[in-house]
Design a protein around this ligand. Structure first.
Ligand SMILES: NC(=O)c1ccc[n+]([C@@H]2O[C@H](COP(=O)([O-])OP(=O)(O)OC[C@H]3O[C@@H](n4cnc5c(N)ncnc54)[C@H](O)[C@@H]3O)[C@@H](O)[C@H]2O)c1
Ligand SMILES: [Zn+2]
Length: 363
């Protein structure tokens, strides 16, 4: 087991003048001040964290940042998706103003994806924009949300409908924080890891169980490399490259909606969605039974669902699928996989075919 505090691994997100490094390693929070040495902001900084994560890691981050000459102040908020609101973003801005943070200050987003999105959005709008340093503490945040610059909050009628692109200045992914993540949340994040493996990295899938048990630094690094490459190729989701990250998400989003938000974690719904996408890929993309089996086995290993629950209303599920904006325009671009590590966008998947696949998942 790698427990040494060796220097972090560095992955560059190549976005021209907006390029930034993602540092992955152990003990990074405690060294955060030194790691942020070259940052052209501060010394004042607002560390935004939910109460759970603040309780666990604020001390470490405060000491770390002070060690580098920064002057951090904590702004915490109640944990949970409900805090990802315009009201909470506004409240945080008012509190930052009240604390006298000016335009030279920067924001630290310490926590899971909710914090990354909310604090990133606060940084995007505070005084017309201040830098943000992402310090992701969940698997979802380390492999997905902290990299890419999508920030925002939920609207009453839908998730992530209010937001801004605001790339971080640095991302510090300290894998030691994953030790306190509840098991269900850990596994939920692994669903997105499996997604990355299916679309881009066969080897990641073949080594996944071992990496989770023995080498989280390599695990997170490989995923950050995949996300960084996709983001660098298609920063604002215009060329279609970034859309490959939606593997499992068309059905997954519908499952989340039809089951009622809260029953399945996002990653669990995506797991069912990936199972559905595999069934479709068998029929439409030549995915072999062996490869499908490997994907299902991994999902099950991490206690992720691959079947639709009996009581999930079929009509509600189909209605949720049809509300998907891509279906509404009659231009579904469904992500299919012909084999481990490969994916492409298909316009040839019909709603009827998806319905058939869903029926198979109920069997
Ligand atoms: N911006 C993007 O590109 C992007 C991508 C994927 C997901 N997201 C967003 O991310 C959010 C989901 O992320 P999430 O699952 O990390 O949610 P989250 O931030 O709510 O974290 C999940 C739970 O785990 C707790 N937690 C986090 N780190 C912990 C740790 N190290 N130890 C103990 N507990 C810890 C949190 O307090 C919370 O209760 C959603 O709002 C989603 O929309 C954004
Ligand atoms: Zn997702």
């Amino acid at each position: 087991l790698n427990t040494g505090k060796s220097s972090p691994v560095r992955v560059e997100v190549g976005l021209g003048t907006r390029s930034y490094p993602v540092l992955i390693g152990r003990g990074l929070l405690a060294q955060s001040g030194a790691l942020l040495e070259g940052l052209k902001a501060g010394p004042q900084c607002a560390v935004i964290a939910d109460e759970t994560v603040a309780g666990l890691y604020w001390d470490r981050v405060e000491t770390g940042l002070r060690g580098g000459g920064f002057r951090p102040e904590l702004f915490s908020f109640p944990a949970g998706e409900a805090s990802k609101s315009l009201a909470m973003a506004g409240e945080l801005c008012e509190r930052l103003i009240g604390a006298g943070l000016d335009r030279s200050a920067f924001v630290v987003a310490l926590g899971g994806g909710v914090t990354g999105d909310l604090a990133g959005f606060v940084a995007a709008i505070y005084q017309r924009g201040v830098p943000v340093v992402q310090m992701p503490t969940s698997v979802v945040a380390q492999v997905d949300s902290a990299v890419g610059g999508k920030t925002g909050v939920n609207a009453a009628r839908g998730k992530n409908l209010i937001g801004a692109f605001h790339q971080p200045s640095v991302v510090l992914a300290d894998v030691e924080t994953l030790a306190t993540l509840p098991r269900r949340e850990f596994n939920e994040g692994i669903a997105e890891v499996i997604k990355h493996g299916v679309i881009r990295d066969r080897d990641l899938l073949l080594n996944l169980v071992r990496l989770v048990e023995e080498d989280l630094v390599t695990l997170i690094t490989r995923n950050v490399e995949i996300k960084a490459a996709v983001v660098a190729a298609d920063e604002r989701e215009t060329s279609g490259e970034r859309a490959l990250l939606n593997f499992g998400h068309t059905i997954g989003h519908a499952v989340e909606k039809a089951a009622g938000y809260g029953r399945f974690l996002h990653g669990e719904a995506v797991s069912i969605g990936m199972a559905g996408a595999c069934v479709l890929s068998r029929r439409k993309a030549g995915l072999s039974e062996l490869d499908q089996g490997a994907i299902f086995e991994l999902l099950r290993h991490f206690e992720l669902p691959v079947r639709l629950p009996r009581d999930l209303d079929h009509a509600a599920l189909m209605a949720a699928l049809q509300r998907d904006k891509k279906f509404a325009r009659g231009e579904v671009r469904f992500v299919l996989t012909p084999g481990l590590g490969q994916a492409f966008l298909s316009r040839e998947v019909t709603l009827e075919e998806i319905e058939d696949a869903l029926t198979e998942l109920r069997a």
